[in-house]
Design a protein around this ligand. Structure first.
Ligand code: FAD
Length: 435
C-alpha cells in the first residue's frame, strides 16, 4: 500500500491515535494524500474486517474519529481550499480541511461560508450533520451552502453527488453524517462577506430569567444578520453565579444597522461587559482547546420549536440559577435555516427557533457528581424540546439516532445506506442501519 501508515510503536503514534477530545489505540492510522490513496485506504479497511473510523477534524464529542484495535482513516492531509469560480463564488474544499483553513483562504477574496465558531473543527463532520455558526440565520446551515460532493463509497467507487448527479445521495449527505462514504471534496457556494460586528454582552447572573426571555423574544423578530448564543452557568466562571453572556454577530459593517439590531439586547439588563466591535469574519473564529488526558466532555442537545420557546426558556432559567446546573449554550437558529423545506435535506429540524446544548466537563468523578444536575435539568426540559443536534451529542445510542432522525427521514436514509454501504463499513457515526 502507498498510503502513509502509523502503527503502534511508530513515531507519533500516540498523537495520531487520539482525536481532539478522545484517546484511542487503533491498530493503524492511515493518512491518505490523494483520491487514489483514499480508495486504497477504504479497500484496505474493508478487507481487514476491523472497525473503521474516518476522521475529518477529529472534534466529534462521541469520539467517532478513533477506536481501539481498528483502522483509522485520517483525512487531515486532504485540506486544499480552492476558489473554482470567482463569479459564482464556487469553492472546493478537501474532505479533511478545517473551518479555520477555509476562512483564512476565502478572506482575501471577501468570501466566507456559513460554518461554525471554531477554527480547528473539521469541514467534514460539521457539514455532514448541519453546521450552526455565526452566519446561520442569514445563510443557513453549512450544509445549505453545499452544491456538490465527491464521495468514495464502501466499494471504493468515486461518486459525485449533487442536485444533478445522484440527487438521493446528495440529499442524504446533507444531514446523514459520515454514513455513506468518505467525502474527499466538498463544493460550496460561498457568500460575500464584509467585516462583522462581533462580541459579547454580559449581565449579572441574577438577571438570567429576564435576559434569556428578552433575548429569545428579540431574536424571533431580529434581522437575519443577527445570530447569537446565550451562555450561562459556566462552571469556569462561577456556575449558577456566573454572568449571563450573550455572544453575537451582526453580519454586516453598517454601524447604524448593527446598533438597531444589538441595542435592544443591551437594554435587557445591567450590562457588566460589552466588547462588541467590528472585525473581519475570519477573526471571529476561536481556537479549539484540546482537553488534557482524563478530562471528558459530556454534551447533549435538543431543539425548541417556536410554540415551546417560552416554556423552554423559563425552565432553562430555573435550571441555570440552581447549584449543580450544567453549562448551557443556547443558539438562535430559524432565519434562513427555516426557509429550506423540511424534506429538502436529511437535516430534519428546520422549524426550530433555538438549539439548546448543555455540557459537563472534567475527570470522571466530576462527571459523576455533575450528572444528577444534568439529568434533572433535561427531565424538566423534556416536555418543551424535541429532537437532537447530531453535532452536539457525546453519545450515539438508538435513542440519540431516533432524536436526530425522525421516522420518515431515518427510513429514507436507510434506503440510501442500503444502496451505498450495505455491509455498514462506515459505522462510526450516528449510525443508520442498512436494513
Ligand atoms: C470546540 C468545538 C466547537 C464546535 N463548534 C461548533 C459550531 O460552532 N457549530 C456546529 O455546528 N458544531 C460545532 N461543533 C461540533 C462539530 O460540528 C462536531 O463535533 C463535528 O462532528 C466535528 O467534525 P470533525 O470533522 O471535526 O469531527 P470528526 O470527529 O473527524 O468527524 C465527525 C464525524 O464525521 C465523519 N466525517 C468527518 N469528515 C468526513 C468526511 N470528509 N467524509 C465522511 N465522513 C466524515 C466522521 O467519520 C465522524 O463520524 C464544535 C465541536 C467542538 C469540539
Amino acid at each position: 500500500m502507498n498510503v502513509d501508515i502509523i502503527e503502534p510503536g511508530s513515531p507519533g503514534y500516540d498523537a495520531a491515535g487520539r482525536t481532539v477530545l478522545v484517546a484511542g489505540n487503533p491498530a493503524c492510522v492511515l493518512r491518505p494524500t490523494s483520491l487514489d490513496e483514499v480508495r486504497e485506504s477504504v479497500a484496505f479497511a474493508a478487507a481487514s474486517g476491523l472497525d473503521l473510523a474516518v476522521r475529518g477534524g477529529g472534534h466529534a464529542f462521541a469520539g467517532f474519529g478513533t477506536n481501539d484495535g481498528g483502522v483509522v482513516i485520517d483525512l487531515s492531509r486532504l485540506n486544499a481550499v480552492e476558489l473554482l469560480d470567482k463569479d459564482r463564488h464556487l469553492v472546493r474544499v478537501g474532505g479533511g480541511a478545517t473551518w479555520g483553513q477555509v476562512a483564512a483562504a476565502l478572506a482575501p477574496h471577501g468570501l466566507a461560508i456559513s460554518s461554525g465558531d471554531t477554527r480547528s473543527v473539521g469541514v467534514g463532520g460539521l457539514t455532514l450533520s448541519g453546521g450552526i455558526g455565526w452566519k446561520v440565520r442569514k445563510y443557513g446551515l453549512a450544509l445549505d451552502s453545499l452544491v456538490a460532493a465527491d464521495v468514495v463509497t464502501a466499494d471504493g467507487q468515486l461518486v459525485r453527488a449533487s442536485e444533478q448527479d445522484d440527487a438521493e445521495l446528495f440529499w442524504a449527505l446533507r444531514g446523514g453524517g459520515g454514513n455513506f462514504g468518505i467525502v474527499t471534496a466538498f463544493e460550496f457556494a460561498a457568500h460575500p462577506t464584509t467585516d462583522v460586528h462581533f462580541g459579547k454582552i454580559a449581565f449579572p447572573a441574577a438577571q438570567l430569567a429576564t435576559v434569556l426571555a428578552g433575548w429569545a423574544g428579540h431574536l424571533r423578530a431580529a434581522p437575519e444578520e443577527l445570530t447569537s448564543i446565550a451562555l450561562f452557568a459556566n462552571p469556569f466562571a462561577g456556575g449558577h453565579r456566573a454572568p449571563v453572556e450573550i455572544h453575537l454577530s451582526f453580519d454586516g459593517d453598517d454601524p447604524r444597522a448593527a446598533a438597531a439590531a444589538i441595542d435592544p439586547i443591551r437594554a435587557l439588563g445591567t450590562v457588566i461587559d460589552d466588547d462588541v466591535a467590528l472585525k473581519p469574519y475570519a477573526d471571529t473564529l476561536v481556537d479549539g482547546l484540546t482537553p488534557p488526558p482524563g478530562i471528558r466532555l459530556v454534551t447533549r442537545s435538543a431543539f425548541a420549536e417556536p410554540a415551546s420557546v417560552t416554556d423552554a426558556v423559563r425552565v432553562m432559567a430555573e435550571a441555570g440559577a440552581a447549584p449543580g446546573s450544567p453549562f448551557f449554550a443556547v443558539r438562535s437558529v430559524g432565519g434562513a435555516v427555516s426557509r429550506v423545506p423540511a424534506g429538502a435535506t436529511a437535516y430534519a429540524h428546520r422549524t426550530a427557533e433555538l438549539m439548546i446544548q448543555t455540557t459537563i466537563a472534567g475527570p470522571q468523578p466530576v462527571i459523576e457528581a455533575a450528572t444528577p444536575g444534568l439529568l434533572a435539568a433535561w427531565d424538566k426540559l423534556a416536555p418543551h424540546v424535541t429532537g437532537a443536534y447530531a453535532n452536539f451529542l457525546a453519545t450515539a445510542t438508538e435513542q440519540d439516532v431516533a432524536a436526530i432522525y425522525p421516522g420518515p427521514t431515518y427510513r429514507r436514509l436507510a434506503e440510501v445506506k442500503r444502496g451505498y454501504d450495505p455491509a455498514n463499513l462506515f459505522a462510526a457515526n450516528h449510525n443508520i442501519a442498512p436494513g
